[in-house]
Design a protein around this ligand. Structure first.
Ligand SMILES: Nc1ncnc2c1ncn2[C@@H]1O[C@H](COP(=O)(O)OP(=O)(O)OP(=O)(O)O)[C@@H](O)[C@H]1O
Length: 233
């Protein structure tokens, strides 16, 4: 039995390429991520971190194994349902470049709600609340190019959270930032995810970033080779 709002990976395998030339990116990964918990995925380049994130988020399908969200295997959902799940139950934060440059911060954050058919007043109201919550009150009208890297990442975090997702996926969220700004962004990300009761998965090369999460798994050659639990900062 799976607990509700839990994300589970069962014996995940993923290969790329053709029968003649195959790369095994994941070679059997099992994971359970409860609501409100946070997981850092670390490991060297090519160890399978991004592939794991994409499988957990239903962006890519496993070659074998299963991802189960809220008791439901993603493989049993139709494409349209999986797309809807990615829009409503999951939020995404990338390294950079995910904000629409021509839209003010407030519109960038409101966009997922508008696309989901919410009224403009509700979408903008919730966007403004999240921007305030992330320390960006007064910056609602600025376009991404008028914000610092750390401020732009906090807008991206607000956008990932505005739809009240169950899981936030972050791929190298501090990769384009200096150390101090990265620290602020990780604090904002982990605090906001916890406030929302969302689980958080962070792919990172940086042990300092991983330390913000309650658990860290280290990957090598498509497998989890080590797991650490820590008291989140
Ligand atoms: N689309 C693809 N086609 C073929 N091989 C791929 C593809 N994507 C990833 N791979 C291979 O799968 C393996 C795992 O890649 P993945 O991107 O998941 O690793 P990673 O740990 O995220 O790496 P990095 O830290 O460099 O981003 C690597 O050997 C990579 O070359």
């Amino acid at each position: 039995m799976t607990t509700p709002r839990t994300l589970e990976a069962r014996a995940l395998h993923r290969t790329y390429g053709t029968r003649e030339s195959t790369t095994t990116a994941l070679a059997g990964v099992d994971l359970t991520l409860a609501a409100g918990s946070s997981l850092a995925v670390t490991g060297p380049s090519g160890s399978g971190k991004t592939t794991l994130l994409h499988l957990l988020a239903g962006v890519l399908a496993p070659t074998s194994g299963e991802v189960v969200w809220d008791g439901r295997p993603l493989s049993t959902m139709r494409d349209r349902e999986r797309t809807a799940l990615r829009r409503t139950a999951f939020g995404f934060v990338f390294q950079q470049g995910q904000l629409l440059p021509e839209l003010p911060a407030q519109e960038n954050v409101a966009l997922p709600l508008l696309l989901a058919g919410r009224s403009r007043s509700e979408a903008v109201g919730r966007a403004r609340q999240w921007l305030t919550h992330l320390g960006l009150a007064g910056m609602e009208a600025r376009r991404p190019g008028e914000l610092s890297g750390g401020q732009a990442q906090r807008v991206a975090i607000a956008r990932a959270l505005v739809g009240a997702p169950g899981v936030i996926f972050a791929d190298e969220p501090t990769g384009a930032l200096d150390r101090g700004t990265g620290w602020e962004v990780m604090r904002a990300l982990t605090t906001a995810a916890r406030a929302q009761g969302a689980a958080l998965v962070v792919v990172t090369h940086d042990p300092e970033v991983a330390r913000w999460c309650s658990r860290t798994v280290e990957m090598r050659d498509g497998r989890i080779v080590r797991e650490l639990a820590q008291v989140a900062s």
